[in-house]
Design a protein around this ligand. Structure first.
Ligand code: NAD
Length: 258
């Protein structure tokens, strides 16, 4: 049996991924703020280091797959810390345990929102590993009001997608035989979107930004099953990709522009 570490395991896409893996008889070590095997706060460096150390200990030193789902969508500075640094620092800290596996794999959850308007400055600060700088830019945007604040989430997901592309082909990942990829969901029916989708006005706003001609809003299983395949033994050569699993939103919005 494989051992997978799943972040955000207490809710939504992460909880569904953990459940589907467990149903297949695989071992799951969940990380979340609460209701998880490892309760830790991925918004801060100590929480990330603590989560990695405890997950490696529970796994007995070898981790076969890491699936990073934990994230928040609020227009606040913390969003860049959880969605970017909470993923990249955790994955980096788990690398030695992944390298001990016969078939190590990793996948993260970006978003089709990474294609939406974002702050290039914040994306660059994140990719440079400058969390204080990225937080400062996010705070400035949040202070300018909701419209500017809403740039924080797409920026966090754009930075994460670029990190995956850059890192996936390095000696640490490709060189160590570890496929690293991202998925980019459309609008997924989870607690994150529940309030927005409750009213016709909220749903119309979401649908204007994220058009989904194929099967409309998606269940968390649609993303979880892809994450599970990307981190399975079967995936030997798919690396550095952002897989848009979004009901056709990316194809609608970007068209030929790829
Ligand atoms: P969710 O709110 O149901 O689950 C997110 C989980 O992350 C929660 O259990 C939460 O406790 C955990 N988390 C948040 N902050 C944390 C922290 N500091 N430390 C540890 N855990 C923390 O949301 P979801 O819809 O399942 O989202 C999962 C991922 O998918 C997120 O990264 C989100 O940005 C992304 N995503 C969601 C949608 C959507 O429409 N729901 C679309 C695209 C991308």
């Amino acid at each position: 049996t494989r051992t997978s570490v799943v972040t955000g395991s207490a809710s939504g896409i992460g909880a569904t991924t953990a459940r589907l893996l467990a149903e297949r008889g695989e071992r799951v070590i969940g990380i979340d703020l609460r209701n998880a095997d490892v309760e830790a706060d991925l918004s801060v460096p100590e929480g990330r280091a603590d989560a990695a150390a405890r997950a490696i200990e529970l796994a007995g030193g070898t981790i076969d797959a890491v699936i990073a789902c934990a994230g928040i969508s609020a227009p606040i500075p913390k969003t860049i810390s959880v969605n970017y640094f909470g993923v990249t620092e955790l994955l980096t800290a788990l690398l030695p345990a992944l390298a001990a596996s016969d078939a190590p794999r990793a996948a993260v959850v970006s978003s089709m929102a990474s294609l939406q308007p974002n702050s290039a400055e914040m994306v660059e600060a994140a990719l440079a590993g400058d969390e204080a700088g990225a937080l400062r830019i996010a705070a400035e945007l949040a202070e300018q009001g909701p419209e500017a604040g809403y740039l924080v989430y797409p920026s966090s997901k754009r930075a994460l997608a670029r990190w995956v592309r850059r890192e996936s082909i390095t000696p640490a990942w490709a060189g160590a035989g570890i496929p690293l990829n991202a998925v980019a969901p459309g609008t997924v029916i989870t607690p994150m979107t529940a309030d927005l989708l409750k009213t016709p006005e909220g749903a119309a706003m979401v649908d204007a930004a994220v058009p989904m001609p194929l099967n409309y809003h998606q269940p968390p299983e649609s993303v979880a099953n892809l994450l599970i395949w990307l981190t399975s033994v079967e995936n030997s050569h798919l690396a550095g990709q952002v897989v848009y699993d979004d009901g056709g939103a990316d194809a609608t919005l970007r068209g030929d522009d790829i």
